[in-house]
Design a protein around this ligand. Structure first.
Ligand code: AMP
Length: 424
């Protein structure tokens, strides 16, 4: 497989799939972490004497032009980060002129790929139930190939460096690779780093291995939870998931988030944990609240009440929104002795200060374990936001730019973005 380190970009135009899906407010980039993440690859291409064509999606415009999601908003931020005046092509599927005019040492950014439905390769404006859907899907797959071929035509080589979308078989993340020979396609530095971090928790596991899975629902995480049961020594399940388990055990969960149709799944997880000798750590107590959250603004309502209760004994009208002190202690104990740590998903509604204690306790224990030599991998937007919010970003081993991609990689799935480069 070609590597970016071995490739000399001198005299070459490289088309790079970056992840510039950055947050913006009033046309300004509010967090440029993802832009910074792409810099090592972009700078290597320019330093070699090549030219760079950057392509990305932003948001979910669903195949339609939506100027609120235009990448034109980020041109000045990318220029500042890269130290080069970045040019802009306002139509990613008709950028022949801009690409041809690009000189070595220059950089061009293409408009949001998802302004074209071809990027994701899914038909729009037609329901899945529609009898014509399958036909439309087939037609779209063929259009997706044409779109990918067009993007490929702008450049001499292709670099895939968008880990966050590597689990999707989109035109720019995978299909495009078919239009370059094996010597002219490669992963970028960010991808290489992410793959190495995943490897540390997949193949080179130092034990004990503690995984912490939080967030709102069991249903979206069950694949990775089942997979982790075969790998970890300790599995902490926290956040909203706590209450599906509490209910499954016959507890009362009041108004807490609970997936009634997943009670058997929860019992099965508990059974498998026992069979595999995994120490399953569930929250035993919760910070519960009554009429305390304004869910529209994600803020604490004036006059809202909170107290601590057993996670299996929450009164009607109250809901569990964070891990209680006893749970926090149990979580910390399972984390502190670990040598490999994976954290995905918060232990409570961390967006609101009153419900951050559980996630804070987890973050602090991870920082301590890392100081004592553990490898800690944090992934998924919300856990990364927690680590940043608590000022712990430089006290963990690796913060992944991927959410879904990271979990799929850890499940052992081959990511289409990587398979396409490897020619699989
Ligand atoms: P996910 O996208 O599944 O990782 O879930 C992240 C979201 O879960 C965050 O927005 C949290 O506010 C939310 N969350 C965490 N704990 C709870 C809880 N006990 N009840 C409701 N939402 C929660």
């Amino acid at each position: 497989m070609q590597t970016i380190d071995n490739f000399n970009f001198a005299g070459k135009k490289a088309i790079v799939r970056v992840d510039f899906n950055v947050p913006t407010k009033e046309g300004k980039v509010t967090d440029d972490t993802r832009i910074k993440g792409a810099l090592p690859t972009l700078k290597k291409i320019l330093a070699d004497g090549g030219a760079v064509i950057m392509m990305s999606h932003m948001g979910k415009p669903k195949g339609k032009v939506d100027m609120k999601k235009s990448l034109s908003q980020i041109v000045s931020a990318v220029s500042a980060a890269l130290g080069v005046d970045v040019k802009f092509a306002a139509d990613c599927a008709n950028a022949d002129k801009e690409a041809a005019a690009l000189k070595m040492g220059e950089a061009l950014l293409l408009e949001n790929l998802r302004f074209y439905a071809e990027e994701e390769g899914k038909p729009v404006d037609i329901e899945k139930e529609d009898p014509a859907y399958e036909e439309a899907k087939k037609a779209m797959k063929s259009k997706q190939k044409d779109f990918a071929k067009k993007l490929a035509s702008y450049a001499d080589c292709y670099v895939m460096d968008a880990f966050g979308t590597a689990h999707r078989k989109h035109a720019s993340t995978a299909v495009i690779a078919d239009y370059f020979d094996a010597n002219n396609k490669m992963l970028g530095y960010l991808m290489e780093k992410e793959v190495k971090a995943v490897d540390a928790v997949l193949s080179d596991i130092k034990r004990p291995f503690t995984a912490i899975m939080g967030g709102s629902k069991v249903s979206t995480k069950i694949g990775i939870i089942e997979n982790l049961l075969g790998k970890v020594d300790n599995l902490i399940l926290c956040g909203g998931m706590t209450y599906t388990f509490a209910k499954a055990m016959g507890g009362k969960v009041g108004n807490s988030i609970c997936e009634e149709d997943k009670l058997d799944v929860a019992l099965d997880v508990m059974k498998k944990a026992k069979e595999n000798g995994v120490n399953l750590v569930l929250g035993t107590d919760s910070v519960i609240a009554k009429d305390a959250v304004d869910w529209d603004t994600m803020s604490f309502k004036a006059g809202g009440q909170t107290k601590v209760a057993a996670a299996t004994d929450i009164p009607e009208g109250w809901e569990g929104l964070d891990a209680g002190p006893e749970s926090q202690k149990a979580f910390a104990a399972a984390i502190k002795g670990a040598k490999t740590i994976l954290w995905n998903g918060p232990a409570g509604v961390f967006e609101i200060e009153e419900f951050t204690a559980g996630s804070r306790a987890i973050g602090a224990a991870i920082a301590e374990a890392t100081k004592n030599g553990a490898f800690s991998l944090i992934g998924g937007g919300d856990s990364v936001a927690c680590v940043n919010k608590f000022g712990l970003a430089d006290q963990v081993s690796y913060i992944s730019t991927g959410g879904g991609a990271l979990l799929e990689a850890i499940e052992g799935k081959v990511l289409p973005g990587i398979a396409a480069i490897k020619g699989e």
